[in-house]
Structure formats: structure tokens, C-alpha cells
Write a protein that binds this ligand. Structure first.
Ligand code: SF4
Ligand code: SF4
Length: 166
């Protein structure tokens, strides 16, 4: 009797949960063919850099706790800017903390929206110069940039899809 109480009831309770889930309409997304919109403030696994806005001040590199940003500039200034000769980010070290984005006084560096930038080779996670520019394939995240976030599509959640079906 004691054994039934201890194990039998537990099994029955567990089976009830299983049966209840079996009868529910499944709500899933067939990834990667279907995707939900991510958070507008996603901290993706790459950085987006603007060559136009960057003044070469290196504040981002100083703010990075991981030492992931390397910047080389010319020594003389032109139009109140240093010409950037090299801007390199090792996203293998990047922890997506966003401190470089918050530190940049010229809105020249952003976190990316992508979460699928895993690579097979270690060297391929290092991004340099033009590989860091924004493009249709590399949209910037609205992290720390609320005005940018407002223009992005609203996040979709699986729970919303479940509620739609009810
Ligand atoms: S802080 Fe901004 S402007 Fe300064 S070097 Fe970094 S990206 Fe360029
Ligand atoms: S997000 Fe953080 S770790 Fe990554 S490059 Fe910027 S400051 Fe460094």
C-alpha cells in the first residue's frame, strides 16, 4: 500500500500530464524554414560597425572587457577624425556585453541581430573592416538604440501563437 502511494500515484499523475499534452494542438516553428521575430534588443553574435561615423577614438576598444576589439588609426587627424586603418573584432572572445556599444560617443558600433554566426574554423569568427559593415544580411540590433528598435518588427512569441488558436 505504501509503495503504491509512493510510486503508483506519482506514475498516474505523470501519465495524466502526458495524456493532456497528447491531446493539445502542437505549437511549434519549423526552424530553420520558419523563424520567429527575435527581440528588437537582441544581443546577436556579431558586431556592426560604421566606417562613416567612426572617428577612430578607440573608446570602444578601451571599454571592451575582453580585449576583443583592435583598432589601428593614422596618427594625424582630418576633419576632427582619425582615419581608421584597421578595425578588427574577434567575436570568439566577445561576450555580447554591449559595453562597446554603450561607450561609443558617435553611434558607430552596434550589436548585430544575427544569432547564427557560428563557424567551423576559429579564424572565421574574426571580422575585419568591411566585413563589419551593416547590410541586409547583417542588420543592427536595437540594443541601446531605442529609436532603431522602434523601427524593427515586433518580437513574436510561441505563446502568442498558442493564444491565436484558442
Ligand atoms: S568608440 Fe565609436 S567612434 Fe570611437 S573608435 Fe569605437 S566605433 Fe569608432
Ligand atoms: S560586446 Fe562586450 S565583449 Fe563584445 S566587443 Fe563589445 S565590449 Fe567587447
Amino acid at each position: 500500500m505504501l509503495k503504491f502511494k509512493r510510486y503508483g500515484l506519482g506514475i498516474i499523475k505523470g501519465m495524466t500530464v502526458t495524456l493532456r499534452q497528447l491531446l493539445r494542438h502542437p505549437t511549434v516553428v519549423q526552424y530553420p524554414e520558419q523563424r520567429l521575430n527575435t527581440s528588437r534588443r537582441i544581443r546577436g553574435n556579431e558586431l556592426i560597425w560604421s566606417r562613416q561615423r567612426c572617428t577612430g577614438c578607440a573608446t570602444c576598444a578601451k571599454a571592451c572587457p575582453q580585449g576583443a576589439i583592435e583598432i589601428v588609426t593614422a596618427t594625424d587627424m582630418k576633419d576632427n577624425k582619425f582615419a581608421v586603418e584597421k578595425y578588427r573584432v574577434d567575436t570568439g572572445y566577445c561576450i555580447q556585453c554591449g559595453l562597446c556599444v554603450e561607450a561609443c560617443p558617435y553611434d558607430a558600433v552596434f550589436l548585430g541581430s544575427s544569432y547564427e554566426r557560428a563557424q567551423y574554423r576559429r579564424g572565421d569568427v574574426v571580422q575585419t573592416d568591411d566585413a563589419l559593415l551593416e547590410s541586409a544580411d547583417r542588420p543592427a540590433s536595437g540594443y541601446f538604440h531605442p529609436r532603431l528598435a522602434q523601427k524593427m518588427p515586433e518580437q513574436t512569441l510561441l505563446i502568442d501563437k498558442i493564444n491565436e488558436k484558442r
